[in-house]
Design a protein around this ligand. Sequence first.
Ligand SMILES: [Zn+2]
Length: 732
Amino acid sequence: MIFRRLRERQRGLQSDSSLFRPLLFFAPLRLCERFLQFCQPAQPALRLLVLAVVALPGCGGGDRAAEPAGEPLPVVQTKTGSEMVLVPAGTFTMGSDSGRPDEAPAHEVQVDAFLIDRTEVTQEQYGKLVLANPSHFKGADRPVEQVSWALAALYCNLRSRDEGLEPCYNEETEDTARCNFQANGYRLPTEAEWEYACRAGSRTDWSFGSEARRLTDHAWCAENAGKKTQPVARKEPNAWGLYDVHGNVAEWCNDVYDPAYYAASKGKNPAGPADGEKYVLRGGAWNSRPEGCRSATRLGEDPGFQDACFARDAIGFRCVRREPTPAGPVIGPPPEHLAVGPAVPAVGGSGGTSGGWGKAKRCPSADGLGLRSAQPPATRPPATPPPYAARPDTPGVVLMADPSAILTAAMLGAAEKQQARKTGLVYGEVYLGHQTGRSHPERPERLTAIVRRLEQSGLMARLTRLDPQPADPQWLLAVHSAEHVEKIRRGCERGAGFVDSMDTPVSRQSCEAALAAAGGVLAAVDAVVAGKLENAFCAIRPPGHHATRSRAMGFCLLNNVAIAARYAQKKHKLPRILIVDWDVHHGNGTQAIFDDDPSVMYFSVHQHPFYPGTGTAVERGTGKAAGTKINVPLPAGSGDAEYLAAFEKKLVPAALEFRPDLVLVSAGFDAHSGDLLGQMEVTTGGYAELTRIVRRIAGQCCRGRLVSVLEGGYDLELLAESVEAHVRVLIE
Ligand SMILES: [Zn+2]
């Protein structure tokens, strides 16, 4: 689903800057504050999972004899600098007959040769290819976490493309990214590959033997991690040179999870069941007990994290790829000349592995891989700081294997409910970081004026504040192209300049603000859909309704409302979304994104002709979506009467027939009689009336679920006044 590519129709869109530059228009803004991550009390299934982890049988005992060590394997460096271990083909005993039921029966499995990352994918590696660093515990050399399975798969594809390899995952697939194992690009390991690489020739509970007390030499877990992730490769690797396989973050595998799979799995290159709700996680995490860090431990987790928000910061991944061909660097055990440095100690033997590493040797090879000996991973230079403010390391999140923390979450949930007010406000200072230049009408002061007004009027105390977090990139990609998102990131990295056109200037913090703008709206959707709030207003910026799938315009970088609509559909399974857009400008981006989609009704009343040139009454949607796009172009000088008539005569009947499951409002206030850009005559009282109408629709169709998102409005005083009137009606 995250790969879904929305076809965009931008027919007739007059986006040349020549048309609109002389008119100053700007799009919406929104503020939000940090949106609380509404971690709901763990779902029963998840709780069971958690408790199961806690209740895993102790394995400090269970002693089988320590096994001979595997040999250190060759390490290759990929084109872009990642270090991977070349694991030879082989046979091993997968699973355990003395562990949990889903680990049995232990069975022989044959695996082809493959390359596997020496460490979990770090935030630095991830940040080079993907816009946002979703991690909770920030640090360039820490593993990336809070990554859904789908995002991990997307990263694999991006990394493949970056190195000129064929991506393994089908990005066109609607719901599941199927893996092409024949492709030479990166993918997630199969569960069999993961366990084979983790065991590194051992048959004991952990790759280093069966003594749990030694785990802290090899892994970051509940005993030693300090309740957070740690930089990768700081503990002893396993016999094949892989780091953190027994703990730091749990790692996504490619396979669907089925607890009974081992009873029927095939003996050669098993790749998991065809279908299922959960995907496999392997390896321990910073919050795992030793039992949860064993080589055979399996977990199944929702691949998209739906409902699993409390364990996300314990989940990451590492990549594999097919053994390179032809005449790859080396196949099988490393040639003698490469086995330099002290051997990795025998399992169960004494002595550490650190120190005395041999010199690196690189061999030119096919596939752009350089071969080198088993050295510790290169020390990485300090990464450029992630574009988003690091959050403190004080997790408000619950640990995966800590029942007391789950209780705390449940208690917090109850307390939250008690305090809940019916209307939410999204705002955060992060939005002020989007600097557009002195004379630009879409400026940070718009939001501070709104907040001041809400405080002075006493409304603020009646609102439930939601703090924005950056939107998970998968939701951006449900609407925008990866190129577009990357373009914004690069634009911000440069520090100043424009993205796509002269009216969308960006500063260094614009990217962070844009992600938090979308994320703030998603937070509001979560709260409203969960019933914690009835409705919410998102005071965010930059605004969004002009942004198309692949283009920033009209002060808009990301289409916040469109992203929220897709999010509500995919995450919350709400089929029909109504978007009401009363900004003085036509929301060309929103209309184009959903032009052929009958599941989203878009209604816009706007000044016409005016920027951006679209929004005539004949634009009604295409194909099956015909009739779901309703445009009411009004001449300059129109006011409350014309707006209210359009709402009552056109919007209300269509909306009641459509019966939306959620109402989103693109709430621009630039049709106000005193606005700097628009030439309309809507009054503050008019906005209150429009708000009453959309509330009535939401009340009749979807239990009042309404999320209003700031778009335009450029006279500070009138904007603040209009928002106050709007919010007052939302609270009523
Ligand atoms: Zn506008």
